[in-house]
Design a protein around this ligand. Structure first.
Ligand code: GLY
Length: 335
């Protein structure tokens, strides 16, 4: 039975759908009724990033432009210690960034192990549009960015430097990213770790795109690259099927080509939520107890604007914005 809140929401959305002459698609994962355009991002805090993307999507802009603009919000936010400026450094105290972007035509670009550039996602887009390559890494990526007008900036904030110096006292590397477990283990600087932003969107024209950007796991080995800039691991878009992106311990996502797996399962007819769930189950089947304390979460969106998620651990949230409004979901999880 509909409670009052759901009833009011459903009535409003039905009227809105009539007004916009759009089909409302029943939600597979929740009571949130969707249509296109729509944008979703890993982690509830990224409602701010979605709002930026929404400015473009709601004025009939392209999903590619929307996701590129959206993820720049956490990239420039010094309070977000998992992405861009203010990201926690590697074990040598250097902030190194990974990002990728993919459009509806399988065009894609990525940068990895990039230092001193605030917006790696913009460089990734230029790799896609201005080079014959898909990925640029390290010094080469930096050289390309500088040649295209980007300026070098210090991305290590005093807060992240302090967290690194605290960490140096033990130098105990722990890739556990579940906030609750981090709290129990008292990992310096990571108590509120929200990890990577992966953003996927479906625009008014019915085209999908995605972007993913991160400073990677805190205090990682120098040169370590995670899933986020790897097309098929941290992000995948297929305009005939859907899009998926991931957050959490990238090594585990790479092993199973996570986002590509989610999209392929949707191609077989699974809902976004079920595709994410089956992908997480596959990780467990392969890795068992080795990943029991690690967090990985996937979000997925199909061509109809249906969306869903699944995670290894409790605590993974994601943010959605569409004409129906803004909503943060608690993802279902295995553990
Ligand atoms: N998912 C982010 C990373 O592993 O670097």
């Amino acid at each position: 039975m509909l409670n009052r809140r759901k009833f009011v929401q459903a009535s409003f959305l039905s009227s809105a759908a009539l007004f916009f002459n759009k089909t409302i698609i029943a939600a597979g994962s929740s009571d949130f009724i969707k249509n296109n355009p729509i944008v979703l991002s890993t982690w509830g805090d990224n409602v701010k990033a979605n709002a930026e993307a929404w400015k473009i999507l709601s004025s009939s802009g392209r999903a590619l432009d929307a996701v590129e603009a959206g993820v720049q919000i956490p990239e420039a936010d010094p309070a977000d210690q998992s992405v861009g400026y203010g990201g926690l450094p590697d074990r040598d105290g250097k902030v190194t960034l990974d990002a990728c972007i993919m459009d509806e035509n399988a065009n894609c670009g990525a940068v990895m192990f990039l230092e001193n550039i605030m917006h790696p996602i913009k460089v990734a887009r230029l790799v896609m549009e201005k080079t014959p390559h898909v990925q640029l890494a390290g010094e080469g990526a930096l050289q390309f960015a500088l040649a295209n007008g980007f300026k070098k900036e210090n991305l290590l904030t005093p807060e992240s430097e302090k967290a690194w110096k605290d960490w140096l006292k033990t130098s105990n590397y722990d890739p556990t990213t579940t906030p609750k477990l981090l709290e129990q283990k008292n990992v310096p600087g990571q108590q509120n770790n929200h990890d990577t932003i992966g953003m996927i969107a479906l625009d008014a024209a019915g085209n999908l795109s995605g972007a993913c950007t991160t400073s990677g796991l805190a205090f990682k080995m120098r040169g370590r690259v995670g899933d986020s800039p790897i097309i098929g691991a941290g992000l995948y878009v297929d305009n005939e099927v859907g899009a998926a992106t991931s957050t959490g311990v990238g090594e585990e996502v790479i092993r199973i080509c996570g986002s590509h797996t989610v999209v392929e399962l949707m191609r077989q007819g699974m809902s976004p939520e079920l595709a994410c769930k089956r992908t997480v189950e596959r990780m467990i089947k392969k890795r068992g107890s080795k990943i029991k304390e690690l967090q990985v979460g996937f979000i997925a969106l199909n061509t109809k604007g249906e969306f869903g998620s699944y995670a290894l651990q409790k605590g993974f949230t994601y943010a959605v914005q569409s004409k129906a409004g803004v909503k943060v979901y608690n993802s279902k999880s295995i553990y």
